[in-house]
Design a binder for this molecule. Structure first.
Ligand code: NOJ
Length: 569
């Protein structure tokens, strides 16, 4: 249950951290909680006041911690529960809130529940998962149905030496939890309450769209992939029971607590559907993270395209941001973000390494002044960009790529194309090691990090160099965030009606807020010059990423990735 009063997250600027890649404090090449604690003064200076941490629980780490083997234990690479307590206290001392990513749709196959479920058919844990007999066809035992998983191949994995299979909508080491079992749901509430009692300020709830499944487990009759599986994600996305489960979660965990819950819904939800989850009146969650603005170029499945054929779809981006704004404004809260840990780096997706400085500043400005609570991805503030690898195998640090690459090869896509595609789109890039300085290992660790570094940390894409340069991306971020957090500006952004200016302009993303202040953002999203007519009276230029202004007869000449934040009369 929520209401339409102001919450702390209406005044928050979020910052997403991949703990394994942020800062190593104990010299083992892996980032950890103490490392994050040591960087809080930096984060406070940057101006963010909400941290969202990717999963920190014990995990074999086949899926960067989304495969939890023990919810009650912190991953030893990251530290202990005492380190988490110290981090919570350190954040709160600095006025920073901390939310944890909680993956509850599945566990790791190394979780003791799953081990018990397999070992003993009469164990109550058996029904914590979906374990079913395979289909007998002639002499063969086949999976119970033809559903494909998100990570490629079948949704079912055979239990060795048996005719049994278990369901996994993500990787095969990540069996899905059976939320239709009330005893399982109670376990989940106990876990979530434990972390809230410890003082965390909320959760990102991973993969909530998939909590309920089509329990008939019938074959899909949709067209099959070359390996015979079928991408029929409706069988385990946004099913009606999901809302009942989340309502119960709210009842048992979040109701009455001033905490932020963000359900991750990926590509699977419209604003109308989302309203049932997040509306102020009786939505069980506070916000949802969708992926609608994260892949607004044609890079998804773009195996046949060269890099220079990939173009940001500016019209679609404007439509997508506005679709969510129109659907939710006044009815529900909305998070804002460009990219996250499931896609490539923002700069490589919508910006340009050639115009690193200009495009990073431009992308921040668009995001920061739209309606909602902004979330920045760590490293964005210095313009970190995609990693480049010469071998497909190098991408297997992210295990999900193994099954995806196998299904692409089965579909006949050549290795050259797969490699180019991975370099362009792989999510490993957005989890790369934070670049603190030009020193060895980018100041991340005193030892070689667990994954290769992006060499550009020696070329100015690092915190220390950018701190020393008043015109850097980092200093622009700091100034822009400070300004965005001013009470009147925040009020204007959160409450002043938002409208797009010239929605049909193919290159420029421009909008205005007419609230206590009148603000406008005008941004060229292209690596070339374009023109933009603007007839309102300009009082002041608050943010700008070029040294001079080209404006004549009500027309802006906008150079590559040029952006303005204007105060209007
Ligand atoms: C969504 C997460 O964002 C992604 O990183 C993860 O692989 C899947 N859920 C499975 O947990």
């Amino acid at each position: 249950m929520n209401d339409n009063i102001s919450h702390w997250w209406d005044h928050a600027i979020g910052y997403m951290i991949c703990p394994v890649s942020y800062q190593d404090s104990n010299h083992d090449g892996y980032g950890d909680l103490e490392g994050i604690l040591s960087r809080l003064p930096y984060l406070q200076e940057l101006g963010i006041n909400l941290i969202y941490l990717m999963p920190i629980f014990d995990s074999p780490f086949f899926d960067c911690g989304y495969d939890v083997s023990d919810y009650m234990k912190i991953n030893p690479h990251f530290g202990t529960i005492y380190d988490l307590k110290a981090l919570i206290a350190g954040c709160h001392e600095r006025g920073i809130r901390l939310i944890l990513d909680l993956p509850l749709n599945h566990t790791s196959n190394q979780h003791v529940w799953f081990q018990e479920a397999l070992a003993d058919p009469y164990s109550p844990k058996r029904d914590y998962y979906y374990i079913r007999e395979g289909k007998v066809v002639g002499n063969e035992i086949l999976p119970p149905n033809n559903w494909a998983s998100f990570f490629g191949g079948s949704c079912w994995e055979r239990v060795p030496n048996t005719n049994l299979y278990y369901l996994h909508v993500f990787g095969k080491t990540m069996p899905d939890l059976n939320w239709s079992n009330p005893a399982l749901r109670q376990e989940i509430y106990r876990i979530a309450n434990y972390y809230l009692d410890l003082g965390v300020d909320g959760f990102r709830l991973d993969a909530v769209s998939h909590l309920a499944k089509d329990l008939s487990f019938e074959d899909s009759s949709k067209p099959a992939n070359p390996d015979g599986t079928v991408d029929d994600y409706d069988r385990f996305s946004n099913r009606p029971e999901m809302l009942d489960y989340l309502r119960e979660f709210d009842e048992h965990v979040t109701k009455g607590r001033d905490v932020l819950t963000i359900g991750e819904v990926g590509d699977f939800m419209t604003p109308t559907q989302a309203l049932s989850l997040v509306n102020y009146k009786d939505g069980p969650l506070r916000m949802v993270f969708n992926f609608d603005t994260a892949f607004d170029n044609d890079s998804v499945d773009s195996f046949d395209k060269a890099d220079d054929e990939i173009k940001t779809d500016v019209l679609s981006l404007k439509r997508n941001f506005m679709r969510w704004y129109d659907g939710l404004y006044g009815k529900a809260d909305l998070p804002l973000y460009w990219c996250n840990h499931d896609g490539p780096r923002l700069l490589s997706q919508y910006g340009s390494t050639k115009y690193r400085d200009e495009s990073a500043k431009m992308l921040l400005t668009i995001l920061l002044f739209l309606y909602g609570t902004p979330f920045l991805q760590y490293g964005e503030e210095i313009g970190m960009s995609n990693l480049h690898f010469d071998r497909i195998d190098d991408f297997y640090i992210d295990d999900s790529k193994r099954s995806e690459v196998a299904s692409w090869r089965k579909a006949g896509i050549s290795d050259d194309k797969i490699l180019r595609y991975l370099n362009r789109t792989a999510r490993l890039s957005s989890r790369s090691v934070m670049q603190w300085s030009k020193q060895a290992y980018a100041g991340f660790s005193s030892r070689p990090p667990y994954m290769p570094l992006n060499h550009n940390y020696t070329e100015g894409v690092d915190i220390a160099s950018q701190m020393a340069d008043p015109y850097s991306i980092l200093n622009f971020y700091q100034y822009a965030i400070l300004y965005r957090r001013q009470a009147l500006v925040n009020d204007t952004v959160m409450n002043g009606p938002l409208s797009i200016i010239d929605p049909k302009h193919p290159d420029v993303f421009a909008y205005r807020h007419d609230g206590p202040m009148r603000l406008a953002v005008i941004a060229n999203m292209r690596p070339y010059t374009t023109y933009f007519s603007f007839y309102s009276d300009i009082k002041d230029i608050k943010l700008h990423n070029y040294g001079d202004v080209l404006f004549q007869d009500h027309v802006f000449t906008l150079r590559p990735f040029e952006v303005f934040l204007l105060i209007l009369q």
